[in-house]
Ligand binder design. Structure first.
Ligand code: ATP
Ligand code: MG
Length: 757
């Protein structure tokens, strides 16, 4: 028969065709980037259905991201038509496992309508358990426990499987206990977390032979893309299911393993031949994606890794440009340069959706977003929020908004309890009521309510202390630079500490984002100017999907391809990341190098690497060293077209021409240089201590605004209060009343809360 699927097979090369046609028995397709692994896997899927070797519902096909699953579904759809609708088992590990677990939930003590909780719920639950067990959550944060539990689940470990070492990982030997408590609690509320989806299914398959049989029978074929990034629990789960018929085809590239921090194990590739004896190993060597120059540069780089299987890649594609390495002066120039290049590409007819900027860390997107908005270049952030939409950035902005604009209730509601300061929904509700009745902003209500009994003493005092802080910050905003103000506020309100206590990779990312926000603010002299800038930026781009430049992390770009790829920030400490350098081990550095390999091999036609000589970090200029990965690129395939040029001597020349950037800035903008040694926070705190009077005054002035008494109530009147009941007015001062309540004694309340009785 000949149809689209056959046409597709006809277009494949010999080893790809072999992978498609070897339908029976285990197959391991191990090949470098862009060699058509995913293309072969997709065709294989279509082939199985077209040749009626299996019904669509009898094929299990796992991809790494929902996006990859969607793309595969589309492509298979082109080849087999509507039959693709009947493929419930094409998806990510999590989506497939969740579907299975629904059918067998009762076997692990859940009902089939169990809820899958998100990270927020997970943390709240863990926190409750930690508090209930009298463990100091400050010393042993819930985030840390959550990290441990995720790791255990990724490795397929139940509480009973933890060894002594693992048990020590949280709260001096309470790891197992808390893990067990957590699992029990989840069961009690008929819920599970993401990690449980796979772990529960693994447990079920291990202990219920009949269920295992059922799936081993059902799935005539099992296929996995991006196999190098499977973790232990995924691997064990797959192995059980595929063990029956042994028709399993996995494709991967050891050089693209970039998720070991999430528990992925390259060793799973090496184990495959052992677990599935007689596996056919297929190597693909022809790269269809990139120009010879891009391919050679990437291959030369990854050759530096010692821990790899090693492979050859070649292409028949026509020669293109060499990989460009551009040195620029600083971050803003980097964004300007890339913006100009993209505009030029656009003029030459390049579609914007074939252009990508791949960054190492989320915080790097900000500089590009600001630049692109100002030149009107359309962009989209994939796999993450746009910079100003991230939670921690919104929190920080909310603080600044309340400082600039005490009437900003929305901003206040966002941060009144962020970081957690023990103020609940009830406390907020009381403020709301007061604010509404008196027609005053909530920040004012927070002060007003302090001299009343409308709330218990704790929240009242907390509100008052917070408003005192705000008053102080407001004073400070008149004199401090906005960026310094931000740092002070985030430190003093406890936000920075709370993130630091989490000790998680995610929290580190949030801290980096906040540092980046401070960096963005350096350019503004007043808080008002900065906030206006942000509101303009945030309002921009709500339009649908026209063509846009893609900005995303290198991790999120796995499996994708673009004509033009820009790779900014190739400097030591940015890429390879500071964390990888700090950990120091060969393994973490080699994982960064694999990430570099993934990044370069996303490019089809042009790849541009950029590094800046200077980065501003915490208000201070730092000169940066070009990434070692640049030096590792084979010279003959690289064009160092630079404004600064790559070599150390040219850096030096540049240095003498511009002068020490630190000195230069110090001369022209003395207020911008803030040298912060380790003691700067303490120094800052001391500075506040010297002005206690001013602080007290400003708080009082905020508190004692003239509130008129209402005309219909005076001393001696009988009144009714919703919470305290009936009573007689004993004293009246402005809008505040003291009332002797019949049941609850004397209380201070606000007159809008009572009515004449
Ligand atoms: P990665 O390792 O980055 O995931 P991959 O090995 O999965 O890469 P694919 O994405 O499948 O590679 O293919 C890379 C490009 O090569 C795609 O544009 C694909 O359409 C094209 N391609 C794959 N096989 C062939 C072929 N036999 N002939 C022509 N083009 C091909
Ligand atoms: Mg692929």
């Amino acid at each position: 028969s000949s149809g689209p699927a056959e046409t597709m097979i006809g277009g494949l090369n010999e080893p790809q065709r072999e992978a498609v046609l070897t339908t029976e028995g285990p197959v391991l397709m191990l090949a470098g980037a862009g060699t058509g692994k995913t293309a072969a896997l997709t065709t294989r899927l279509a082939h199985l259905v077209r040749e009626r070797l299996a019904w669509p519902s009898e094929i299990l096909c796992v991809t790494f991201t929902n996006r990859a699953a969607r793309e595969m579904r589309e492509r298979v759809g082109h080849m087999i038509g509507p039959a693709v609708e009947g493929m419930p088992w094409l998806g990510t590990f999590h989506s497939v496992a969740a579907k299975m677990l629904r059918r067998h939930a009762e076997l692990v003590g859940l009902q089939s309508n169990y809820t899958i909780i998100d990270t927020d719920d997970q943390l709240r639950l863990l926190k409750q358990l930690i508090v209930a067990e009298n463990v100091d959550e400050k010393r042993f944060p819930a985030k840390q426990l959550a990290g441990c539990i995720d790791r255990w689940k990724n490795r397929g470990l139940n509480p009973g499987d933890l060894d002594a070492g693992e048990n020590e990982a949280y709260a001096n030997g309470k790891g197992r206990k808390f893990y067990q408590l957590y699992q029990d609690r989840l069961k009690a509320v008929n819920a599970c977390d993401f990690g449980d989806l796979l772990l529960h299914m693994l447990n079920i398959l291990r202990t219920h032979r009949d269920v295992l049989d059922q799936y081993q029978q059902r799935f005539k074929y099992v296929m996995v893309d991006e196999y190098q990034d499977t973790n232990q629990v995924q691997y064990l789960w797959l192995r059980l299911i595929a063990q029956g018929r042994q028709n399993i085809c996995v494709v991967g590239d050891d050089d693209q393993s970039i998720y070991s921090w999430r528990g992925a194990e390259v060793a799973n590739i090496l184990r495959f031949e052992k677990d599935f004896p007689g596996a056919k190993v297929i190597k693909l060597e022809q790269n269809y994606r990139s120009t010879p120059q891009i391919l050679a540069a990437a291959s030369g780089l990854i050759d530096e890794n010692t821990q790899r299987l090693g492979k050859t890649l070649w292409t028949t594609r026509h020669a293109g440009d060499k990989v460009r390495v551009i040195g620029v002066w600083d971050g803003p120039e980097e964004a300007r340069r890339i913006g100009e290049d993209i505009e030029r590409l656009e003029r030459e007819g390049a579609p914007l959706d074939q252009i990508a900027i791949l960054v190492r860390a989320q915080y790097q997107t900000r500089e590009f977003e600001d630049r692109f908005i100002s030149i009107g270049l359309k962009y989209r952030i994939v796999g993450g929020f746009r910079f100003y939409e991230r939670a921690e950035i919104r929190d920080a902005l909310a603080y600044l908004r309340v400082i600039a604009q005490p009437q900003d209730d929305l901003a206040f509601e966002r941060i009144y309890n962020a970081p957690k300061r023990g103020l609940g929904a009830k406390a907020l509700e009381a403020l709301h009521t007061l604010a509404r009745r008196q027609n005053i902003p909530m920040t004012r209500a927070a002060i007003e309510i302090a001299d009343t009994d409308e709330l218990p003493a704790r929240p009242r005092n907390t509100f008052l202390a917070l408003m005192r802080d705000f008053a102080r910050w407001r004073d400070l905003s008149a004199t401090e630079k906005p960026s310094d103000l931000l740092r002070t506020v985030m430190d003093e309100c406890g936000y920075t500490d709370a993130l630091q206590a989490e000790k998680s990779a995610e929290a580190t990312g949030r801290l980096e984002n906040l540092a980046e926000l401070a960096r963005a603010m350096e350019e503004y002299d007043t808080l008002g100017e900065f906030l206006e800038h942000v509101s303009l930026v945030m309002d921009n781009e709500k339009s649908a999907d026209d063509e846009k430049v893609t900005i995303m992390t290198m991790h999120a770009a796995k499996g994708l391809e673009f004509d033009n790829v820009f790779l900014p920030g190739w400097e030591e400490g940015v890429f390879p990341s500071q964390r990888a350098l700090d950990e120091g081990g060969l393994a973490s550095l080699e994982e960064e190098r694999r990430l570099a390999y993934v990044a370069i091999t996303r490019a089809r036609r042009k790849c541009t690497i950029v590094h800046a000589a200077n980065r501003r970090i915490y208000g201070q200029w730092n000169s940066s060293i070009p990434s070692r990965f640049i030096a590792e690129l084979p010279e003959e395939h690289v064009d160092s077209e630079t404004t600064l040029s790559g070599g150390a001597s040219l850096w030096r020349a540049q240095w003498s021409e511009h002068g020490d950037p630190f000195a230069e800035v110090a001369r022209t903008q003395p207020s911008r240089i803030v040298t912060r040694g380790p003691g700067w926070q303490r120094a800052a705190a001391k500075e506040f201590d010297t002005k206690p009077k001013r602080v007290a005054e400003s708080t009082r002035s905020a508190a004692s605004f003239a509130a008129k008494p209402r005309g219909d109530i005076s001393v001696g009147d009988r009144v009714f209060h919703e919470k305290f009941g009936y009573g007689a007015v004993a004293a009246q001062e402005g809008n505040k009343l003291e009332i002797d309540f019949e049941h609850s004694g004397r209380k201070r309340v606000i007159d809008s809360f009572v009515k004449p009785a």
